[in-house]
Design a protein around this ligand. Structure first.
Ligand SMILES: [Mg+2]
Length: 267
């Protein structure tokens, strides 16, 4: 059995792990600065499709967590890059926030209005302004032959006090309910999210620990990519991973308990 400090790289999830909406997780700042001070590499891999890495850096700074934008890997970038690597430049109708549009353009795609049915694909992220009209336009995109891509399939993530915040998967489910079409996703738990990060940074999966609150995305996705995992389970014994193929390497209620254990290992 490994100890928590037996890794060179720590990959943190964001929502429900490092913060809950505007609230930092207890222990997050202390843990991340302790690991960095020990010379460990700290990275972030999130299905967030609403913000840019720079915006996440600013949010983390306000929580006394100091990291570089280049250490933050988000689903918008993963999808823009995946589409370019597999299909070249595409015409994309984008249902999502500003940064999703920006990333698609940065990877040489042409972003067309949502009601322009000449698009090759419909790309969807967490869209805070999603409306009924938007749903109608998304349906029209798929009915006119567009392929359906989403940043991630999570239906929700934990906000303040654990309250469920609707995610991309919930909006995609509305489109699927009307069209019968299933979206393709690259965010966690799908392998591309992990393999692209490992390949880009020349990381050995055995040296990395993924820390996150989701059994389906963080633990299963990282486990499939060969990483050890630390599952944050505030629910305690009421929620068990018994029906999942990959068991977490470590389980803690939250980052405060991870920090306490790391502090013991340091001594
Ligand atoms: Mg999470």
């Amino acid at each position: 059995m490994n100890g928590l400090l037996d890794y060179s790289t720590y990959i943190f999830d964001l929502d429900g792990c490092v913060y809950f909406g505007p609230e930092p997780a207890q222990g997050a700042s202390g843990l991340i600065s302790l690991l960095s001070g020990l010379g460990k590499r700290v990275l972030f891999l999130s299905n967030n499709s609403t913000h840019s890495p720079h915006e996440v850096v600013q949010k983390l700074q306000s929580m006394d967590i100091h990291v570089l934008a280049s250490d933050i890997h988000l689903a918008s970038t993963l999808l823009a890059r995946y589409l370019h690597e597999t299909h070249g430049s595409l015409r994309l109708a984008v249902a999502g926030e500003k940064f999703l549009h920006k990333e698609m353009a940065r990877f040489d795609h042409t972003v067309v209005p949502l009601d322009d049915t000449s698009a090759d694909c419909l790309v969807m992220g967490r869209y805070l302004s999603f409306t009924f009209d938007c749903l109608v336009e998304c349906v029209r995109q798929l009915e006119s032959g567009g392929h359906f891509y989403v940043t991630n399939l999570d239906t929700h993530h934990p906000g303040p006090e654990g309250a469920r915040q609707p995610e991309t998967g919930a909006l995609a489910a509305a489109v699927s309910a009307v069209t019968g079409k299933t979206p393709f996703s690259v965010g966690k738990p799908f392998p591309y999210a992990f393999t692209s990060l490992l390949n880009d940074l020349a990381l050995d999966s055995r040296d990395c620990l993924m820390i996150g609150d989701s059994l389906n995305t963080d633990v299963q996705g990282a486990g499939n990519a060969g990483l050890d995992t630390c599952w944050l389970n505030p629910g305690g014994a009421s929620e068990t991973p018994s029906d999942q193929p990959n068991s977490p390497t470590f389980t803690f209620p939250g980052l405060a308990e991870v920090l306490a254990t790391v502090q013991q290992e340091v001594r």
